[in-house]
Design a protein around this ligand. Structure first.
Ligand code: SF4
Ligand code: SF4
Ligand code: FES
Length: 264
């Protein structure tokens, strides 16, 4: 069940956190550790973890930075669902027992810190930056309001990897590009300013490890804390690949950089 957001009074209530712990440098197996936290008004899961770290066990580790659902650092499983720890209030949890686990589909380095290298590798490989054809142009590359609305949800991705952790294809294929990278690529296919060479772009992705790997089960859509719908982006990429000459496995025949319509 996704966490509710209503802010009922929790002040003074004792919550039990059951946290999966593992240290890759010394442990053979992971184990659950239990901590009790007295809730304060407006307390989030991240704040509870900080309190545990400060008052009970400084060796408990996890990532965070902004504390405001912006930086994407604090993605983890909370009661079996991916979410940002800084965004989940204790008042919205279904009970005072809280299960905390690291994001699946990653190697655990320690406790809630996972090795994000495969996620960043896939992300880098889609070349997630704007490629205008008039790079020498001085000043801004403006986008119309209509076009901005078309890419808005994908621009909102904060790279938290909650979708990647929830994706069943990533769990069985470590070479799958994953929902966030593919959604980001779709963001550029939709951006009227982007004039990248789609023939070159699709070549490494027009296969089962790329845009044809997705099972379309929408786990990433359910997982995303920022209302991005990666599956829609993947479908858009597929449409582009099919509509381009050659379709599936025909990346070498997709439109060249001179002809993309930026509509998918
Ligand atoms: S698509 Fe959503 S869940 Fe995936 S990385 Fe971006 S913000 Fe996080
Ligand atoms: S819809 Fe595709 S990318 Fe998203 S979680 Fe499912 S298999 Fe993974
Ligand atoms: S701390 Fe930045 S998103 Fe949670």
């Amino acid at each position: 069940m996704p966490h509710k957001k209503e802010n009922t009074s929790i002040e003074g209530k004792v919550f039990t956190f059951k946290i999966l712990r593992f240290d890759s440098h010394q442990d053979q197996e992971s184990h659950f550790a239990h901590f009790k936290v007295t809730a304060e008004k407006g307390m989030t899961v991240l704040e509870a973890l900080l309190k545990i770290q400060e008052d009970q066990d400084p060796s408990l580790v996890f990532r965070y930075s902004c504390r405001g659902a912006v930086c994407g650092s604090c993605g983890m499983y909370i009661n079996g669902y991916p979410n940002l720890a800084c965004r989940v209030q204790l008042s919205g949890l279904p009970s005072q027992e809280v299960l905390i686990e690291p994001l699946p589909n990653f190697e655990v380095i320690k406790d809630l810190i996972v090795d994000m290298a495969p996620f960043w590798k896939a992300y880098r490989e889609v070349e997630p930056w704007l490629m205008p054809n008039d790079r020498e142009k001085k000043g801004e590359h403006l986008v119309t309001e209509k076009n901005r609305a078309q890419i808005d949800q994908f621009v909102g991705c904060i790279l938290c990897a909650c979708c990647y952790g929830a994706c069943p294809v990533v769990s069985r294929d470590e070479d799958y590009a994953g929902p966030a990278a593919l959604a980001k690529l779709f963001r550029f296919i939709r951006d009227s300013r982007d004039k990248r060479d789609w023939k070159k772009t699709f070549k490494p992705l027009n296969n089962e490890h790329g845009l044809w790997g997705c099972d379309t089960v929408f786990r990433c859509v359910d997982a995303c804390p920022k209302q991005v719908r990666p599956t829609d982006g993947i479908e858009g990429l597929r449409r582009r690949a099919v509509c381009s000459r050659g379709g599936h496995h025909g990346a070498g025949k997709t439109h060249s950089s001179e002809s993309p319509s930026n509509e998918a």
